[in-house]
Design a protein around this ligand. Sequence first.
Ligand code: ZN
Length: 225
Amino acid sequence: MICWICESEASSYEHRLKKSDARMVFGAISEGNPIFSRNEYGKPITLNSDKAPRLLFQSPICKRCNTTLTQPNDTAWEKLSRFVFERFNSERSMQFLHLDEALEPHWRKKICNVQLYFAKLLGCRIQESGAPVDIAAIANSILHQRINQNLYLGFFQTSDYDRPYCNLSEVIVNSSADDHLIEAKIIYSVDRFHVQVVYTTEQIIDKSMFWLPSSVQRRVRLREM
Ligand SMILES: [Zn+2]
């Protein structure tokens, strides 16, 4: 198989849920501490290892893209995710997320890395689902480690605490009647923190909710989802 990012031979499988996120939310996943999820048909399934095939995308990428190339992207997201998770341990809700505090030092560079982490996740999800979305521009951004000006992020929260939760949604694709892409979207959740990732070349974005790393302010409002 071919890596959708760089087009070399692919043999490495990216995690749908970042291992560090799953571990932070659920603890180490094992036979004695399994997590419960649902398969693509909505049927309940049990996962008893963080290497369970269900936790990996079915479409491989190459080892270099999965490790060396995107490591700064992964690391930046890990840092932000941990910051928010720890904040939510002491606060029921957060009006604002201070990116400069969460991602210090050089928060602006790190939020670009966070976008590229979600570019990888969205691309893997689209590739795996076979959705009719051209991901060449997303691949190119990752390959050259340059932010994508059509990939918006929005941060949301749920104040109601139910149970430990970590999830990557299906990819939601909206197209016009003549098959022109309007938007492709995923939602990635770590406990009560939800990241909506929207890829669009149309002027449809509500800029009070979604932003690009190049224009985001140092604090973003965490809306209720
Ligand atoms: Zn590659």
